[in-house]
Design a protein around this ligand. Structure first.
Ligand code: ZN
Ligand code: ZN
Ligand code: ZN
Length: 374
């Protein structure tokens, strides 16, 4: 039985749209390898790295899935089977790039590949077709960036699940425990709350908080520590959660507390400007402006946010220079942070979805410096 999160007609519509967008972009075909684009278009997840699996979508004509025979059953158990897409299976010793060529019009002019297709396959496909391959990213992101109601419902489910975990975190962080111990408890709580897997668990205490992508370590949490907890992962449909809160053990340093209050205002300011028609960079600027006004511009070392869906990081990126105009249904994080190397750091992160006249926050646990109970 298929475990597709959406009805087959949804995937048929996504494929049809991708083909139209490819045609409008003047492409003869797109070749999509394993990764979030393949998951989005036909529901296929995983696949081996060195054996080619690829969805070949000609701008005119029907798509074909090139797949190793040993993975055929798994691939058929997705929209590929449900929609009866053509399949070209191959066994070790055969040349899968011939199958890609056979699925395309003779002597194609412009062919684009998904950005997750390994170079291991990109180079031979380009050689076999005799074309300089292009990136399909601009075509493929159009579908994925704007979520429909069913996708928003899945993101909402993911948001509620991660909020349930953040509500438990004040019980889990205590002076004397290591980041790793706390992280293991959080990971278990994430699965308990409905995640397929705890994809990432950042527990960054004390000076580790100054590293935005810290993982967990054997550092023992101390009284007075700030602890950045950034957690997320997919729910069964494959749509992801991602939320950060900053906790404090005992009494915070007053200057740190003052700066984190500014950070909370910066995060709120960015949320407040989200609506259809504004650019991604203006959302970034709203957060950045509040921090800069308080002398914290230098402490904010990354973009304000990233899109989220079947992958944790995707378009639209909420960053300086990002001219993407927001549309209803776009979903992304708003996560300004401040970092003081060797001392401490803090970050506040929510996922928001653009609505007709503003946005809906999918994470609603308290945003400010959150006391632990230990
Ligand atoms: Zn990140
Ligand atoms: Zn995060
Ligand atoms: Zn994030």
């Amino acid at each position: 039985m298929s475990a597709l999160p959406f009805p087959p007609a949804v995937y048929a519509a996504r494929l049809g749209r991708a083909r139209l967008l490819a045609r409008d972009a003047g492409l003869d075909a797109i070749v999509v390898g394993p990764g979030p684009d393949l998951t989005y278009l036909v529901g296929v997840e995983g696949s081996t790295f060195e054996r080619l699996t690829a969805l070949v979508v000609p701008a005119a004509g029907d798509p074909t899935v090139v797949v190793p025979r040993m993975e055929l059953a798994k691939v058929r158990d997705t929209a590929v089977g449900a929609l009866g897409l053509a399949v070209a299976d191959w066994v070790d010793g055969e040349d899968p790039y011939e199958s890609v060529a056979a699925a395309l019009p003779v002597a194609p002019g412009r062919v684009a590949v998904s950005d997750a297709l390994p170079a291991l396959h990109v180079v031979p496909i380009g050689d076999r077709l005799g074309v300089r391959l292009e990136l399909a990213t601009p075509v493929l992101r159009e579908g994925r960036m704007v979520k429909d109601a069913a996708e928003v419902a899945e993101l909402r489910r993911a948001g509620a699940a991660i909020d349930a975990v953040h509500r438990l975190v004040p019980e889990l962080i205590r002076a004397g425990r290591t980041e790793r111990e706390v992280g293991a408890d959080i990971a278990a709580a994430m699965v308990e709350a409905g995640h397929r897997v705890a994809e990432f668990v950042i527990v960054a205490s004390g000076l580790n908080g100054a590293d935005p992508h810290h993982d967990v370590s054997d550092r023992v949490i101390e009284d007075g520590d700030l602890v950045v907890v950034d957690i997320g992962g997919p729910v069964p449909s494959g749509y992801n959660s991602d939320s950060t809160r900053t906790y404090v053990v005992g009494t915070p340093d007053p200057e740190a507390a003052r700066r984190i209050a500014v950070l909370e205002r910066a995060q709120q300011a960015a949320v407040d400007v989200v609506r259809p028609g504004v650019t991604a960079e203006s959302v970034d600027a709203a957060a950045r402006g509040v921090l800069a006004a308080e002398g914290l511009a230098e402490a904010f070392v990354h973009r304000t946010g990233h899109g989220i869906g079947v992958s944790v990081h995707e378009e639209p990126y909420i960053a300086p220079g990002s001219a993407v105009v927001l549309r209803e249904g776009m979903a992304f994080s708003i996560e300004p942070g401040i970092y003081f190397p060797g001392r401490w750091g803090a970050r506040i992160e929510d996922i928001v979805v653009v609505t007709a006249n503003g946005c809906e926050r999918l994470n609603v646990t308290p945003h400010g410096l959150t006391p632990t109970r230990g």
